[in-house]
Design a protein around this ligand. Structure first.
Ligand code: CMP
Length: 480
């Protein structure tokens, strides 16, 4: 069974420390003997003391390195992680190691070779400086860029980033003093120099963040937007890795050449898996479309040959319209033929959720029957909208302006995608001519509605008694 890497490192560290300690002990203990031996073999030149001091310095260097490593693990591996919750960046740890080791080494060097002025050696050697500078130009560039990246902390290990114009995308695996290492979604490792990364734009998808994605799709123009939006939203919100915390947004982004173009925006629990999630979302949309009878648009040219409808014959949805009108209570007394005539005159309109069908105060010369969907009747009360009624399939509205010639008394707004059948003045007059009783039943309903309105607003000058309404309708339609 293989041991974890950290255990191996620790064992290696212990062995190296033990060997270094043993060698140090031996060198210090036997240095007089070694001195005598070297003097005997080599004479006074080179000085045996210098050789022994160099050996001691090397050993001190090794011990100092091991000590600094131990300190590093203690401070950054343990204390830092406990206090801030994550391990310190490699770059910070390396900088600490280099500085601490250099200090240890310089102290030791000074005590063994007090005559050598290291400071002067570094500062006075101009040639050394130039060579050093040129040779380390790139390295130092990376180093300082790395430091500024660490200081800014624009991203951390585990975040998804996209770097530069070449758009290298992947999960950050490490940030060292030289480069950023990312693992792409094809499991390749890309190393980007810190100095390059510092100059390039970087897009960051932080790990602990609700990052969003957008997937595009389109439908035929015949498919209802309200239905499409509902179906796709429900399909997407249940997909794996799509966050439950935010509801996906589905919206139309363009009315394109080949169809209605949509986008669905959703938020991910784990952004690093966005490729899989995008694919799953597209798959869910396909199945949802299939079940709901929606159609993807594709480049097509459709030739519509329009035939003039024969008079008296209802096209397409005609049967359903007749059925709908026959089920409206005020039209119940009409014969099948009369309902057919009314259906022939009815014009269908579709309204999106929230769209206004009728606006208060405007003139109106038609009434409406709710064919599919729902509407609300709204009045303004002290500048605020107030709903006085909700009308469902088979209910009618807009009769007050049509039958009295007065302006519309309220706003009527679609609550969901709603199809209404509009019936004009001429068609109603035909119906009234043959069914005078209809006027009476209508006047009752209108009186009831007027009373509902009057309870909300100031009693208007318009009559709320059905008798008054009845005579108003008769006058307006020129009925006997
Ligand atoms: P009209 O005045 O032409 O336009 C607004 C319509 O809202 C109105 O006709 C009625 O059909 C409808 N309406 C007004 N008040 C009520 C109510 N209290 N209950 C139901 N419908 C109403």
């Amino acid at each position: 069974m293989s041991r974890p890497r950290s255990t191996n490192n620790f064992l290696l560290f212990c062995v190296a420390t033990a060997i270094a300690a043993l060698l140090t002990y031996l060198l210090w203990h036997f240095s007089p003997n070694l001195n005598a031996l070297l003097s005997e073999r080599m004479g006074a030149h080179p000085d045996p003391n210098t050789i022994i001091n160099v050996l001691k310095l090397i050993l001190i260097g090794v011990v100092a390195y091991l000590l600094v490593r131990a300190l590093n693990s203690l401070i950054f591996g343990l204390t830092f992680r406990l206090r801030s919750g994550f391990a310190a960046p490699t770059l910070v740890r390396n900088v600490f190691t280099i500085i601490a080791f250099t200090i240890f080494f310089l102290i030791a060097f000074n005590s063994y070779f007090p005559d050598v002025n290291l400071g002067a050696l570094f500062t006075t050697s101009a040639i050394f400086g130039v060579i050093f500078g040129l040779a380390l130009q790139d390295t130092l560039g990376n180093f300082f860029s790395g430091i500024s990246l660490q200081a800014d902390r624009p991203f951390q290990v585990g975040d998804v980033i996209t770097v530069g114009v070449q758009r290298h995308t992947g999960v950050v695996e490490g940030i060292t003093w030289r480069a950023i290492k990312i693992r792409t979604f094809t499991n390749h490792v890309v190393i980007i120099n810190n100095s390059t990364a510092a100059k390039e734009p970087i897009e960051v998808g932080p790990r602990e963040n609700l990052n969003a994605r957008i997937v595009y799709f389109n439908t035929l123009y015949a498919d209802s937007p309200a239905k499409t939006i509902h179906v796709v939203r429900e399909a997407v919100r249940e997909a794996d890795n799509v966050s439950q915390r935010v509801t996906p947004i589905v919206r139309i982004r363009n009315l394109g050449d080949n169809g209605v173009e949509y986008e669905v925006k959703y938020w991910l629990d784990d952004y690093a898996k966005y490729n899989d999630t995008d694919a799953l979302v597209r798959q869910r949309i396909w199945y949802a479309f299939r079940r709901a009878g929606l159609n993807f648009a594709f480049p097509t040219r459709t030739l519509h040959v329009e035939r003039k409808p024969k008079p008296g014959v209802l096209e397409g949805d005609g049967g359903a319209i007749i059925e709908r009108l026959a089920a409206v209570d005020i039209f119940a007394p009409l014969s099948a033929d009369e309902t057919g005539v009314l259906a022939q005159a009815a014009v269908s309109h579709v309204f999106a959720p929230g769209e206004t069908v009728i606006r208060a105060g405007e003139p109106g010369s038609s009434m409406f029957v709710v064919h599919n969907g729902r509407v609300r009747v709204q009045i303004n009360e002290n500048g605020r909208p107030r709903t006085v009624a909700t009308l469902n399939e088979g209910d009618f509205f807009g009769e007050m302006a049509l039958f009295t010639g007065e302006p519309r008394t309220a706003n009527v707004i679609a609550m969901e995608e709603t199809e209404v059948l509009e019936i004009g003045h001429a068609a109603m007059k035909t119906v009234f001519d043959t069914n005078p009783d209809l006027v009476e039943s209508l006047s009752f309903i209108m009186a009831e509605r007027r009373q509902g309105l009057a309870a909300q607003t100031d009693p208007s000058s318009a009559p709320t008694e059905s008798a008054g309404i009845l005579s108003a309708i008769k006058r307006f339609f020129g009925l006997a």
